[in-house]
Write a protein that binds this ligand. Structure first.
Ligand SMILES: Cc1cc2nc3c(=O)[nH]c(=O)nc-3n(C[C@H](O)[C@H](O)[C@H](O)COP(=O)(O)OP(=O)(O)OC[C@H]3O[C@@H](n4cnc5c(N)ncnc54)[C@H](O)[C@@H]3O)c2cc1C
Length: 359
């Protein structure tokens, strides 16, 4: 979120500084990169936000690729969601947006899919982007090319404010000294850690463990999105498998045997042959989650402090719309009625306006 919002603001002529503690901990490097509002079965305003973002992604990617000169790894591969019965398929919240597959068609789309899956939905409009190896690097380069200044290895300790007006932050610099950075405006986009800086917002971590395999080239052309496990084939044959969803792990770092077993069990239930493919990497990270699993976008209870956080399972998908909405608010550009409504729906106010905060 920090990179995409900074990039869009810089394109709008703003002077931007990014304060970043540790890029390797960012969920942006952890995610599977699925662009999957329909496969995920999003509902209500979150579905609307996801669909709007999905529509904006090609143009968003084009801007990043033009500015960076790097490819983002966008792949319009479609996603197949398998079901054990037609009843389960028809109950999928976004079934209306998908194309129904019978067992024979399912086998054609996903050769080797386990026999328990009798039917499926193909969402041709959903896809993926190679966030881990391509998008994050391209976004960073695009920011640099647009004059964004980076301070890496810097921890924001707390916010400075005068009554309800944002004034800046205290940071711990890489030399271990506390410094003040004064500013009239900032965007809070510190992911799962956001509420450590600003405790008025309800954000908590949901840990996810991942792994990757090297499949035979072109073994899979589409993503398979099963219950609890998904299989994402990259362009070069690398296959990304995700993900556990651990609400009670807090910020506990590292892999666990039970988390990794869960992934292998999930692979076996979807595509048994894949459990014999060579294993490549294993990693983990923290999704920034809110009580209703929707993001916090736009203004906050501090004038000058903007929010772009809480994107939970869909931060890669929602990056395009988040950047556009935030840049429009901050630069006071005209918002369409739909955009204005979405900002209201995803305001921090939905969690109560009587919150206090300390620093
Ligand atoms: C296992 C897993 C799979 C996922 N799969 C998908 C997917 O397929 N599709 C999808 O759309 N989304 C997916 N997501 C969700 C997506 O990755 C996140 O929603 C998104 O990356 C959140 O972006 P963010 O910028 O808010 O947080 P992050 O990417 O976590 O970035 C937060 C940054 O803030 C910095 N920071 C934190 N505290 C401080 C501080 N005090 N001072 C300075 N810097 C600080 C951190 O160092 C970090 O760099 C997945 C997430 C996980 C964990």
């Amino acid at each position: 979120m920090g990179l995409t919002v900074a990039h869009e603001l810089a394109r709008n002529g703003r002077s931007i500084k990014i304060l970043s503690r540790r890029r390797s901990e960012a969920a942006g490097f952890v995610a599977a990169g699925m662009l999957a509002p329909h496969a995920e079965g999003l509902q209500g305003n979150l579905l609307k936000l996801g669909q709007l973002s999905l529509k904006r992604i090609p143009r968003w990617v084009q801007k990043i690729e033009e500015d960076s000169g790097l490819n983002c790894g966008l792949k319009n591969c479609g996603i197949v969601v398998p079901f054990i019965s037609t009843e389960a398929r028809d109950a999928h919240p976004t079934a209306l947006f998908g194309h129904s597959l019978n067992r024979q068609e399912l086998e054609l789309e996903i050769p080797g899919i386990a026999s328990q899956w009798k039917t499926g939905l193909l969402f041709k409009q959903d896809g993926q982007i190679d966030n881990r190896r391509q998008l994050m690097k391209a976004l960073e380069k695009a920011c640099v090319e647009r004059g964004v200044h980076f301070q890496e290895g810097v921890e924001v300790l707390n916010l400075l404010h005068d009554k309800r007006e944002f004034k800046g932050v205290n940071i711990l610099n890489p030399e271990g000294k506390v410094e003040i950075i004064s500013s009239k405006e900032a965007v809070l986009c510190s992911g799962a850690w956001s509420n450590q800086i600003f405790n008025a917002i309800p954000i908590f971590p949901v840990k996810g463990q991942m792994l990757s395999l090297q499949g035979p080239k072109e073994a899979l052309k589409r993503i398979i999105f099963g219950p609890g496990t998904y299989i994402v084939p990259r362009e070069d044959g690398l296959i990304v498998i995700g993900a556990t969803s651990e609400q009670n792990a807090g910020f506990q770092e590292g892999l666990t045997p039970s988390g990794q077993q869960e992934l292998h069990k999930g692979i076996g239930a979807l595509l048994p042959a894949a459990n014999h493919w060579p294993q490549m990497e294993r990693w983990w990270g923290f999704r920034p989650c809110t009580p209703d699993e929707g993001p916090l976008l736009g203004s906050s209870l501090l004038k000058g402090l903007w929010l772009a956080t809480g994107h939970h399972r869909n931060g890669v998908l929602l990056a395009a719309i988040t950047a556009e909405l935030l840049a429009k608010c901050i630069c006071q550009n005209k918002l369409s009625k739909e955009e204005d409504e979405l900002l209201t729906q995803f305001s921090w106010k939905r969690f109560g306006t009587n919150q206090s905060f300390s620093h």
